[in-house]
Design a protein around this ligand. Structure first.
Ligand code: BT5
Length: 235
């Protein structure tokens, strides 16, 4: 694993993309103590002060572009496992790209990619995990491992464990059900009432599963099962 370290950077995803375009090898990791312009989905801001783990991994999976959302689930599973192994904190997954505790959002995953036609040139799996921030240092609705466990933890140990877990899940990319099953088993809204704000309106109902493409299946009652491709979910 090649690790490229920064004290301060705009965004590890932006840096990783630039390196991937210049043929950096698979499993190159870009990590920074601070991001000054950390990003979430749809250009949302990701607060990335000192104390958190902010990193991006370069991959070139042999997958059609339509299946890339699998990497988001792979990243969530790997981070959840690493957090449990290294800190004892048991986080849950939340669709589509969060790890959460009862006290709030612990981590977010941002998958970005470059494809030509349906062929993937590279994928960047960006992971933001709140580790050693105190409550005061976190944005509203967020939590950290320190807040949950009462202890500080070594960022490098969690980084290494997450990448190791990503590598072992990577073998399962040809068997997506394995990745999606693990994700669903640990999902906080399994069979619970949810509301998802989608680009075309709000969908309400019971979340009953995810399909092979990673879309959320919601039993809405009268309208039957709706397949939600993207959106923001509330329980
Ligand atoms: C995400 O977006 O959850 C994906 C976040 C990915 C961040 C990593 S850090 C390394 C790499 N480099 C980057 O530039 N990005 C990736 P989304 O689902 O859109 O959630 C964004 C929302 O989470 C914001 O609108 C806030 O409400 C909330 N938020 C912002 N910072 C947070 C934090 N540190 N902890 C928890 N929630 C936060």
């Amino acid at each position: 694993m090649i690790v490229v370290r920064y004290k301060r950077i705009l965004s590890t995803n932006v840096r990783a993309k630039a390196l991937a375009s210049r043929d950096a090898p698979n499993w190159t990791v870009v990590v920074s103590d601070v991001q000054t312009r950390g990003r979430g989905r749809k250009g949302r801001r990701w607060e990335s002060h000192k104390g958190g783990l902010w990193f991006s991994v370069i991959l070139r999976p042999k997958l059609p572009a339509g299946k890339l959302s699998l990497l988001q689930f792979l990243g969530s599973n790997a981070t959840r496992r690493a957090v449990a192994e290294q800190t004892g904190v048991q986080a849950s997954t939340k669709w589509p790209n969060d790890l959460v505790l009862k006290s709030g959002k612990l981590a977010g995953i941002l998958v970005e990619s470059k494809s030509v036609d349906d062929k993937v040139s590279f994928v960047i799996v960006g992971i933001g995990l709140n580790v050693n921030q105190t409550e005061r240092q976190l944005p509203a609705g967020a939590t950290s491992i320190l807040v949950s466990s009462g202890h500080e933890h070594r960022l490098d140990d969690i980084l290494k464990s997450t990448v190791d877990n990503m590598r072992s899940q990577y073998q399962s990319l040809s068997d997506p059900a394995k990745i999606l099953d693990e994700w669903w088993r640990n999902c906080i809204h399994r069979s619970r009432l949810v509301q998802v704000e989608t680009p075309t309106g709000i969908v309400k109902g019971t979340s009953i599963g995810i399909d092979p493409e990673g879309s959320l299946l919601i039993e809405t009652g009268k309208l039957g099962v709706e397949t939600v491709v993207e959106g923001r979910l509330r329980i």
